[in-house]
Design a binder for this molecule. Sequence first.
Ligand code: ATP
Ligand code: MG
Length: 249
Amino acid sequence: MAVQPIIEVHNITKRFKGLTAVKDVSFEVEKGKITGMIGPNGAGKSTTFNMICGYYPPTEGRIFYKGEDITSKPAYEYTKMGIARTFQIMKPLKNLTVMDNVIASAYFGTDPAKNPREAREKAMEILNFTGLYDKRNTLSKDMGTPDQKRLEMARALATNPELLFLDENMAGLNPTETEDAIRLIRRINESGVTVFLIEHIMKAVVSLCEKVIVLHHGEKIAVGTPDEVMNDPYVMEVYLGTKKEDGNA
Ligand SMILES: Nc1ncnc2c1ncn2[C@@H]1O[C@H](COP(=O)(O)OP(=O)(O)OP(=O)(O)O)[C@@H](O)[C@H]1O
Ligand SMILES: [Mg+2]
């Protein structure tokens, strides 16, 4: 029997005044897997995430989470439902330490901490898991991009999500840091969390994702395994900016 997808998106469209950022897009995210979304700048990836995460509703279309219609649910209900996200522009509580940032998140989610002791224990566990333990007393504003990205993940994980959305979590990382991030995402997934990620770094997409959705000018132009989409002539033309026969992809 086919497993029910954790997310089903039916024909979503987002219009901002004159601009159609996302146009009639449909896809599914399978439970337990890592799904990726790629596409050139301005393709509508973050807008798609924002709609699924309740940041704003679609202009048209429906979104289902575990079979339930969540199209118009406000964002603050999401952590309780087991959905967590990171933002493309990182949003830590700048004047708090890394530890306190994670503690603050531990009070939300599917199994929120009931007291400071529980919140602290949860935070310690997450800081260890994400490799931030040694930085626990650093103010988040004093950290560099790689650690801030890691902290975004730690804060999301502190809410015990079933489904984690990562929007360009590897942007600005060097190759070693990228490898570390890939390993961490794989471990998060192995711990039972379904992951849906937007990523420009193809190496990460290829090594992590079982399924990739490609957007271009707000439209879904391909879906399949990384191999399938990377060899799709239309994807090569519009996404990589070259045709296969050019031989310079
Ligand atoms: N709140 C908004 N109001 C008006 N236009 C918007 C808004 N958010 C996004 N857009 C526009 O919608 C289009 C899609 O943007 P989006 O941020 O979803 O792209 P993206 O695929 O995430 O790109 P990137 O890879 O650069 O992050 C762009 O043309 C963008 O300028
Ligand atoms: Mg984006």
